[in-house]
Design a binder for this molecule. Structure first.
Ligand code: S3P
Length: 196
């Protein structure tokens, strides 16, 4: 099966939600935002979920939301920054689609998060970034997660790109990944027919 599901992974502020919509529009696929699905299902926002159920409760909700969409492509899904930390989530996404990581320097990400908070969503608190020295906290948290983000099939560095440019890169990456899947499948098929 050729993957027709793209999962955007990466830290907060890399632009996953905006870019997922742009890529989906270009490919004519659906766009999902797992954080939004979780909030709609819970009926309360993410800080309230963390306050009520702790991070573990939120992570369980993430896995449940992922299971709800996985395998039903074609779509492009924006995932929360911590979702790929669970191996179960990574395996599921890897089985049915491609993982594309969006990267950015800590300074870039913090600036985007603050801009978003000031301009668009003053109540958009990210519980894991609610720290006294946000840049240091972000840097440390991101560093711990880096080995997981590095497992993606493709990575786009977003620091110097607009969301539209990031989307273009992803559409290009998806075409390359699709060709490489096709080659792998046809070489697997010819080696299995040679075995017969
Ligand atoms: C989180 C990132 C958030 C959201 C939650 C936890 C994380 O999503 O899922 O606050 O663990 O990094 P974004 O990556 O969209 O900010």
């Amino acid at each position: 099966m050729t993957a027709r599901e793209i999962y955007l992974i990466g830290f907060s502020g890399t632009g996953k939600s905006t870019v997922a919509q742009l890529v989906a529009a270009q490919l004519g696929w659906l766009a999902y935002d797992l954080d939004r699905i979780i909030v709609e299902r819970a009926g309360v926002d993410i800080p309230a979920i963390f306050a009520r159920e702790g991070e573990a409760g939120f992570r369980d909700r993430e896995t449940e939301a992922l299971r709800g969409i996985a395998g039903g492509g074609p779509f492009v899904a924006a995932t929360g920054g911590g979702l790929p930390l669970r191996e179960e989530n990574r395996r599921l996404m890897g089985r049915v689609g491609w993982l594309i990581a969006l990267e950015g320097r800590p300074e870039t990400l913090l600036a985007r998060i603050e801009l978003h908070r000031n301009q668009e969503a003053p109540d958009a608190v990210r519980p894991l970034l609610d720290a006294e020295s946000p840049l240091e906290h972000l840097r440390a948290l991101k560093e711990r997660r880096q080995p997981v983000y590095a497992l993606a099939d493709w990575t786009v560095h977003t620091d110097r790109l607009s969301p539209a440019q990031v989307a273009e890169e992803i559409v290009r990456a998806a075409a390359i990944l699709q060709r490489s899947d096709q080659l792998r499948r046809s070489s697997a098929a010819s080696s299995s027919s040679a075995d017969e």
